[in-house]
Ligand binder design. Structure first.
Ligand code: SF4
Length: 244
């Protein structure tokens, strides 16, 4: 239904990939244009340790199925985790050499429920960026759909690397993201202090103008940055609560 609306060019879904092998073709046929899959390690045991699920091979078969179903590029998200997957950069680079995957390394972001996990495992993406630049990778001109990611390419690689480094200065300056949660609330930032209720207006087609006006009015309140460096994580207890 969403893909059939005028003006909608891209419908993307982020998934853990557990049902990708089974459903990729059906999702593609339904109008899904882009798919993002989480793969935090290419070592099946480490994947199990990080995710709590022994499903590495299932997810890999799912990515193959996505290509077979006609997705031209698959985005893969990997959270950089010190002392867990931090030694896997060579394996990841090797993996995307002949695959049109945009692999996105995402720094761990502190959220309300995180306790000591952030201190234990946060790893900056700067070391990855330095490695890429030293080995001939080039930063691409930012595409509108890149949001705050820096994307690097290399003539010898079919895949690309995206870096999401939220603690970097000016990280938010290219942010064009708005999110609507499953509860029908509009969020201006992953780490905002509140969500604006849209559900009352979404449920009534006659309210379209009021809906547009409420969203436009709220845009003026979008802050220029998060306040993570000051330890302020907003109302987000964990990223699953808002969809990441
Ligand atoms: S403004 Fe918020 S949502 Fe946008 S990039 Fe910054 S932290 Fe992320």
């Amino acid at each position: 239904m969403i893909a059939a609306q005028d003006g909608i060019k891209k419908v993307a879904m982020t998934t853990n990939g557990y049902r990708l092998e089974k459903n990729a073709q059906q999702w593609r046929d339904a109008g899904l244009t882009n798919i993002n899959v989480s793969v935090d390690s290419l070592d099946p045991r480490m994947f199990h340790q990080i995710t709590g699920e022994n499903k590495f091979h299932q997810v890999m078969r799912g990515i193959d199925a996505a290509f077979d179903a006609g997705f031209e590029q698959v985005k893969v998200n990997a959270v950089l985790l010190k002392n867990l997957n931090s030694g896997e950069l060579p394996a990841f680079l090797n993996w995307i050499k002949d695959r049109p995957i945009q692999l996105r390394f995402i720094e761990l972001m502190q959220t309300g429920d995180m306790d000591s996990l952030f201190e234990q495992h946060h790893q900056s993406g700067v070391s990855v960026r330095n490695h890429l630049i030293a080995n001939g990778w080039i930063m691409k001109v930012r595409d509108q759909s890149d949001g705050p990611a820096e994307v690097y390419c290399h003539p010898d690689y079919q895949g690309e690397i995206g870096l999401i480094m939220p603690y970097k200065k000016d990280f938010c300056s290219s942010c064009n993201r708005l999110r609507v949660s499953a509860l029908g609330k509009l969020h201006m930032c992953l780490f905002g202090d509140y969500g604006v209720d849209l559900r009352d207006l979404l449920q009534d087609n006659a309210q379209e103008e009021a809906l547009v006006a409420r969203i436009q009015g709220e845009l003026l309140n979008k802050k220029q940055s998060h306040f993570l460096d000051q330890g302020h994580t907003g109302m987000t207890p964990h990223l699953a609560s808002i969809g990441g």
